[in-house]
Unconditional design. Structure first.
Ligand code: NAP
Length: 306
């Protein structure tokens, strides 16, 4: 974070907010839970960028006004989180292919006054799968649990990355069906199947290489009822997009079954790193966002134990 020096301390150009400091931020409602300010400010400081990243709580009925305000204030870029990821789309000047395919925007770049919407969530997940699970996607067979916004971004990224097949499993079958149908025409080479929970017995889960949870189940310690990891073979890997708590019931089950598994922290970091690159034209220093999160979690734990 950027700080004004205390009286008597030397000033340097990394620690002072001036008239030239560029403003970035995140809009959401609520936004208090967001860890993006922690990651982005650490990366700005490490790269000596004269910028500041701040949270903006924007109520749903204030979204259009807020976007006009961000435009008028010449904010250089911002992230978008729940509940605005889809509703912001018609308010922007242009959408990158990543946002169109995902049907959602998580990053906005202000390019000379034009607001361009991007989506870095799906590619962030692919990067995290490679890094945290050594999981290559091309040619693989995937089970995607969930059919909401995160699942749509994930399915788009899987298709772009050349997945062989995806079984979309969702509580509401119609939503899974609609999601799969919206990708069939663009990616006829990808075998897309759908199932409700419990997973239909005829689906060959034993052949699956990767199972991804893109539902909100796990955030409050819930199990995914109707999904048994015992149906997977020993080589399958499990990825949970949920990152808080860091150990969900799904990840705990995966460990019990001896399956390699990871939570969504890597995806959170990778989507932030991709957003940073879109805004600043360079990648953040390697590991700086991850380290900022680890420090933050460690501090939280210390405070919670007091
Ligand atoms: P969303 O659009 O609201 O979708 C929620 C999904 O969860 C739907 O498929 C819904 O099924 C399912 N679901 C909710 N409650 C359920 C229940 N009781 N039983 C069975 N299924 C249930 O949410 P989202 O934006 O896609 O986010 C999903 C998760 O991804 C969240 O945990 C979010 O934190 C995480 N995420 C993580 C990252 C990261 O960087 N790691 C990024 C984006 C999202 P129905 O269709 O049947 O309602």
């Amino acid at each position: 974070m950027l700080f004004l020096p205390l009286p008597g301390e030397p000033m340097n150009d990394k620690s002072v907010i001036t008239g030239k400091t560029r403003i970035y931020g995140i809009i959401g409602y609520p936004v208090t839970h967001s860890l993006s300010p922690v990651m982005q400010n650490a990366a700005l400081q490490a790269a000596a960028v004269d910028g500041l990243y701040v949270p903006f709580a924007v109520e749903p009925d204030q979204l259009a006004t807020a976007v006009s305000g961000l435009r008028a204030l010449q904010v250089c870029g911002f992230n978008v989180t729940i509940p605005h990821k889809t509703s912001i789309m018609p308010l922007l000047d242009e959408l990158a292919p990543s946002a169109v395919q995902a049907g959602a925007v998580n990053t906005v770049v202000n390019q000379g006054g034009r607001l361009i919407g991007h989506n870095t969530d799906g590619d962030g997940m692919i990067i995290s799968l490679a890094k945290d699970l050594e999981c290559g996607i091309a040619g693989s067979k995937v089970v995607l649990v969930g059919a909401g916004g995160a699942a749509r971004g994930a399915l788009a990224a899987f298709c772009r990355a050349g997945v062989a097949s995806v079984i979309v499993v969702n509580r509401t079958l119609q939503i899974a069906d609609d999601l799969a149908n919206s990708f069939r025409a663009c990616y006829p080479q990808v075998k897309l199947q759908v199932s409700t929970l419990p997973v239909q017995a005829e689906l060959a889960l034993s052949e699956v290489d990767l199972l991804v949870n893109a539902t909100s189940l796990g955030m409050a310690g819930e199990k995914i009822e109707g999904l048994s990891l015992a149906l997977l073979s020993g080589h399958a890997k499990v990825y949970d997009m949920v990152y808080n708590p860091t150990l969900t019931p799904l990840l705990s089950d995966a460990k019990k079954c001896g399956l390699k598994a990871a939570n969504g922290i890597g995806m959170l970091v990778a989507q932030g790193e991709l957003a940073f690159k879109l805004w600043h034209g360079m990648s953040p220093d390697e590991g700086v966002m991850q380290e900022a999160l680890s420090c933050f979690y460690a501090t939280q734990q210390r405070l919670d134990s007091l």
